[in-house]
Design a protein around this ligand. Structure first.
Ligand SMILES: Cc1cc2nc3c(=O)[nH]c(=O)nc-3n(C[C@H](O)[C@H](O)[C@H](O)COP(=O)(O)O)c2cc1C
Length: 332
């Protein structure tokens, strides 16, 4: 049982399309004959917004989810033997459900544009809840009262971050006006700036001149969902990241746009407000969900810079796109 290099490369390529805070892409891959392990890359940590590495572990989980779906789509079963350790199993036809999710991997992106007033159906919201659900993870759709509270907290957190020179400095390090980089948030994906202060979205253009940015009106009453986990440990963050990615891919399958809005989770005092009063469920992600014009894809690094090879191993083939042909017929 040995995974061909081309399949391994394609699956790693699928893994790195996962979301990561500020698009740091904080992943390293160890490839073995019967396993692929993903570990976090501490050189890509965000000391100001993510001092505990919680967001980094969420993106590890999201990448693991993509990796396993891509393996499944390529005909390989797998099992998790550790937070980032994926062991290959026997080859087998994937289920239709897995194929459909895998087919969404290359289409998912963070959409920072305005969302339309078209409502999201209850059946789709149910599908998102089911996608998240595990014994220790759950997704809640916020009612109008909670939404107002979360938006107010997000606004307060955003104001605090904007006023913090260390935050601005870190954001500037991970944003790119010229689009020459293969990581960070590039100007193409900043999205328009809000014409009115209706929605407290993170402004990636904060440290750049306003002149070249278009302005748009954003919805005043966004649909927000919150992902909670029962525990608040690194392993629980990785599990929440896997659930997050299932939710994002399910939303993509249903033609929905999504955007994380996590400022309130990055200020410890504010994050505490979003815990259940009994402290049993910890907030891991706040997502804005809705219908929108398609958004451009963010850049990705060359996987050969992310794969740790043993000295006796051949280099991986040049980075190929995630093989949609493998997924042909999966539909969307
Ligand atoms: C834990 C986490 C927090 C994030 N927070 C925000 C946020 O507050 N605002 C935002 O616009 N995007 C946020 N993102 C999205 C990333 O910026 C995005 O995944 C990255 O730029 C790559 O782009 P893509 O999702 O389109 O592939 C977050 C992503 C993660 C994993």
């Amino acid at each position: 049982m040995e995974l061909p290099d081309r399949t391994a490369a394609a699956c790693v390529r699928a893994a790195v399309t996962a979301p990561s805070m500020h698009n740091t892409q904080p992943w390293l891959f160890r490839l073995g004959t019967d396993r692929i392990e993903i570990i976090t890359d501490p050189r890509r940590a965000l000391a100001v917004v993510d001092p505990d590495g919680r967001a980094m572990h969420l993106s590890l989980g999201a990448a693991v989810c993509n990796l396993r779906l891509a393996l499944a789509a390529a005909g390989w079963t797998s099992r998790l033997a550790g937070p980032g350790l994926v062991l290959l199993g026997p080859q087998r036809e994937p289920s239709d459900g897995m194929l459909v999710l895998a087919s969404a991997i290359g289409h998912r992106r963070t959409n920072r544009g305005p969302y339309t007033a078209t409502p999201v159906g209850e059946d789709v919201l149910d599908a998102l809840r089911v996608a998240a659900a595990g014994p220790d993870v759950r997704l809640t759709v916020l009612d109008p009262l909670r939404r107002s509270a979360v938006l107010a907290l997000t606004q307060a957190a955003d104001d605090r971050q904007r006023g913090d020179p260390a935050y601005r400095c870190e954001l500037a390090r991970w944003t790119d006006a010229d689009g020459n980089r293969r990581d960070g948030v590039t100007a193409r994906t900043f999205g328009p700036r809000a014409a009115t202060a209706a929605l407290p979205l993170r402004d990636f253009g904060l440290t750049l001149p306003l002149a070249e940015r278009t302005a748009a009106r954003f919805e005043r009453h966004p649909l927000l969902v919150v992902l909670h986990s029962r525990r608040d440990t690194p392993d629980a963050w990785v599990a929440a990241g896997r659930a997050l990615q299932r939710v994002l891919l399910t939303a993509t399958v249903h033609g929905l746009a999504t955007q994380p809005m996590t400022q309130a989770l990055e200020v410890p005092d504010f994050r505490r407000y979003l815990e259940d009063p009994d402290g049993r469920w910890h907030p891991q992600m706040i997502l804005r969900v809705g219908h929108a014009q398609p958004a451009p894809a963010g850049p990705r690094r060359d996987i050969r810079d992310m794969v740790l090879r043993e000295p006796d191993q051949r280099p991986l083939p040049r980075s190929t796109a995630f093989p949609r042909t493998t997924l042909a017929g999966a539909g969307r």
